[in-house]
Design a protein around this ligand. Structure first.
Ligand code: 5GP
Ligand code: MN
Length: 328
């Protein structure tokens, strides 16, 4: 996997970069952004990290996570003085994934934008694009960029990149776990990534409230046509003193059942407005279904938002699975 020369030249030639990842950030977006930023700083560049939402609890062990700006603190930083002319999007390929608020996006005025991503759903954003759906994680792509830039892999970068790859491969369980993934992971371990500690932080650091929320969510299980539906409401968050980030990985569990081909988590954002997380097995492409509702993602993991009451949203999604070719 070789980064395009155009991207490498851009990174070598320019001096100041804002590196942004998607809202509701995950370990891949965060770890890729931090590692890329650190590597660029090592070759004398200035970087600012940007993410609309705060770093989720399970990613707070990642060294450098506290360096992220949100849109408010960004206004107070150098960007407002127009000195940062270059934007790099990591782990997403569309500016709409940075924020749903038009005013925040319109404030971002850059001369050159680059995209480093591995999502299957593509939008035509960016002057320089490196989008590789076959890459298991954006972290893997950033690993190769760092190699090509000739920057030595530090322990901090290794932890961030290992975490990025671990999250997007379901800790090396999913189909995207190629031999290359294992060899890069081995290199990162050698460079200082303490793999058992990273696993514990990412996957086994739930609060009691989060576990209580999980039990409530499992109790909402409904199944139809090999699709499992689970749901989390605002009331459940209140009752367990938890937050939307606490639902990460919940959607993976119903897929454990042999006869379940698709698992969908409906998270209530507000009345009659849901964020959906979709997960599937084998060749069932949930990215195509999510795209139908304005979202996207990967073949086996995708997301979208639907404005409707729960029953209507569920019906619409079921219909999409039956009408989109090869969705089920
Ligand atoms: P999750 O369900 O964990 O939020 O997201 C699963 C995958 O789908 C992630 O790779 C995420 O980046 C992508 N994804 C989630 N929501 C959206 C969305 O609204 N639009 C697009 N294009 N991708 C999404
Ligand atoms: Mn990713």
């Amino acid at each position: 996997m070789l980064p395009p020369t155009e991207l490498l030249n851009f990174l070598k030639k320019e001096e100041k970069f804002v590196i942004a990842t998607h809202m509701s950030p995950d370990g891949d977006g965060l770890g890729s952004a931090i590692a890329l930023s650190t590597a660029l700083q090592k070759i004398g560049k200035e970087t600012i990290l940007l993410c609309r939402d705060s770093v989720p609890q399970q990613c707070k062990f990642m060294p450098g996570h506290e360096r992220f700006h949100n849109f408010d603190t960004l206004q107070l930083s150098a960007v407002s003085h127009q000195s940062f002319k270059n934007l790099i999007l990591v782990d997403c390929n569309d500016i709409d994934r940075i924020s749903t608020e038009v005013s925040q996006i319109s404030n971002l005025k850059f001369q050159i934008s680059a995209v480093i991503d591995h999502h299957e759903s593509e939008k035509p954003f960016g002057d320089i694009r490196w989008v590789t759906p076959e890459a298991a994680a954006t972290g893997l792509m950033v690993f190769h960029i760092i190699k090509e830039l000739g920057v030595e892999m530090t322990e901090e970068m290794a932890i961030n990149l290992y975490a990025a790859i671990s999250v997007d491969t379901g800790n090396f369980r999913y189909e995207n776990t190629t031999h290359e993934v294992f060899s890069v992971a081995a290199e990162l371990k050698k460079a200082g990534a303490r793999t058992h500690a990273i696993y514990r932080e990412l996957f086994e650091s739930w609060s009691e409230g989060r576990f209580n929320l999980f039990m409530k969510v499992l109790n909402t299980l409904e199944m139809k046509d090999g699709i499992a539906f689970v749901r989390v409401t605002k009331k459940m968050f209140e009752e367990t003193a938890t937050f939307p980030d606490d639902t990460e990985h919940f959607v993976d569990f119903p897929r454990i059942m042999k006869d379940i081909k698709v698992s969908i988590l409906f998270r209530e954002i507000e009345n009659d407005y849901y964020k959906l997380s979709l997960r599937s097995k084998d060749d069932i492409n949930v990215a195509h279904v999510a795209e139908e509702f304005g979202g996207g993602g990967h073949k086996n993991a995708a997301g979208c938002r639907i404005r409707a009451d729960f029953e209507t949203a569920k019906r619409e999604v079921l219909k999409a699975f039956h009408t989109i070719p090869r969705a089920l």
